[in-house]
Design a binder for this molecule. Structure first.
Ligand SMILES: NC(=O)c1ccc[n+]([C@@H]2O[C@H](COP(=O)([O-])OP(=O)(O)OC[C@H]3O[C@@H](n4cnc5c(N)ncnc54)[C@H](O)[C@@H]3O)[C@@H](O)[C@H]2O)c1
Length: 380
């Protein structure tokens, strides 16, 4: 057994993200040489039999049905929040007040005001804080950011992204937190927050948006009260036009109502000298159009984002084998543990809050059918 100091992790929520995060912690030391050893100490959920089953599958030592036991536990160093957005800010603030480091799944909160309270709590406590925008840590997405930074595109003029999913096409899917505005279940926050995070990261601050939203299935069966329905209070699909502080323009679309589109997202950036395009269905690749190429080479070349010189690639499989969704979580937690205990982490709560501000702005712009400045949400 390794002699490395331990980081004792408490995970709140055992659903899909509880599974993905526990996988990330367990695999991180296999892929990277880390200064600490992650220990999956505790996981919480509301139903004991289900959280016990999850703990056994995920390799977590102990369970609780009370999330406060996780944030207050003397045996916990890092609180990892994997519950619905409507619970994030309260748990994050409580964990910070107990002096715990916190990583919170996206979206950071259900509103800018709520998220700001969690940020203030983390700053007051001086604890390491992080938000789980894991897609940044796919090698190809990370390479895209690096190439933009290194000037491969010249000055960025246009950014566009779409995330199309068929998750809620079927009107028979019963009501859960994802259909409830109070729990932060909007499509804008669910799918859009990842894209907005990558937009700000790659291009800079978003200052103004216009938008439209639609809800196609207005009510869904209430699984808690058979024979009754609950109103859907979120969008099924939204689209926005964006203006960046540096002058670039953007187009963003997110929808959970697209038949036979599983989790299809694309990002394209056009600069004065080049174009870069990422397609999640081919997540180990980037397409690059270089305006400096000879005319005879006109077109987009396919970059295999797996070369050891590319971000993250050297710690993964030999070139040609590729990585997948799970690797983004392994990279996320390897980065977090590498910086332990005092290092800062990108994205942190402040960046999560900046994304939340844009989500709120898009919602307001759609509701009021006008251009809205992000300043209206965050203040001057
Ligand atoms: N980064 C990603 O790729 C990614 C993917 C999916 C979800 N997420 C985010 O992770 C978070 C959790 O999503 P998930 O897909 O794991 O959800 P899930 O529904 O699969 O699991 C939710 C967990 O939270 C618990 N919970 C606590 N309070 C709850 C409440 N009031 N209602 C419902 N469940 C409650 C549930 O018991 C369960 O353990 C969300 O913020 C979501 O946006 C991120």
């Amino acid at each position: 057994m390794s002699e490395l100091p331990e980081v004792r992790i408490g995970i709140v929520g055992y659903g899909m993200m509880g599974k993905a995060h526990s996988y990330g912690y367990r695999e991180a030391p296999r892929m990277r040489d880390l200064p600490v050893r992650p220990r999956l100490r505790l996981i919480s959920g509301r139903r004991r039999e289900l959280v016990e089953k999850a703990a056994s599958a995920y390799g977590v030592e102990d369970v609780t049905t009370d999330w406060r036991r996780v944030v207050e536990g003397k045996d916990i160093d890092l609180v990892d929040i994997c519950t619905p957005p409507g619970t994030h800010a309260e748990i994050a603030a409580a964990a910070a007040a107990e002096g715990k480091a916190v990583i919170c799944e996206k979206p950071f909160a259900t509103s800018y005001a709520e998220g700001r309270e969690a940020l203030v709590a983390a700053r007051r406590a001086g604890v390491l804080n992080a938000v789980g925008f894991n897609y940044r840590r796919l090698p190809a997405v990370s390479l895209m950011k690096r190439m933009i930074e290194e000037g491969a595109l010249g000055r960025v003029q246009l950014w566009r992204a779409a995330w199309l999913s068929d998750e809620f096409v079927d009107p028979e899917i019963p009501f859960d937190w994802r259909f409830e505005r109070r729990m932060g279940g909007t499509t804008i926050a669910d799918l859009g927050s990842h894209l907005i995070d990558m937009a700000i990261w790659m291009v800079g601050d978003i200052v103004e948006v216009s938008a439209q939203s639609a809800t196609f299935v207005g009510e869904r069966a209430d699984p808690e009260k058979p024979g009754t329905v609950r109103p859907v209070t979120v969008d099924d699909a939204s689209a926005a036009l964006l203006r960046f502080s540096g002058g670039a323009r953007g187009v963003l679309e997110m929808a959970r109502s697209c038949v036979r589109r599983p989790c299809d997202f694309t990002i394209e950036v056009n600069g004065t000298r080049g174009t870069l395009r990422f397609d999640y269905a081919r997540l180990n690749e980037l397409q690059y159009g270089d305006g400096g190429d000879a005319a005879g080479l006109y077109g987009m070349r396919r970059i295999r984002a797996e070369h050891p010189s590319h971000p993250y690639a050297a710690s993964w499989w030999p070139i040609g084998q590729g990585v997948g969704y799970g690797s983004s979580f392994v990279n996320q937690f390897a980065d977090l543990l590498e910086a332990w205990p005092k290092g800062s982490f990108d994205p942190d709560f402040a960046q999560g809050l900046a994304v939340q501000a844009v989500c709120d702005t898009i919602e307001r712009a759609a509701a009021e059918r006008r251009w809205v400045r992000v300043e209206e949400i965050v203040g001057p």
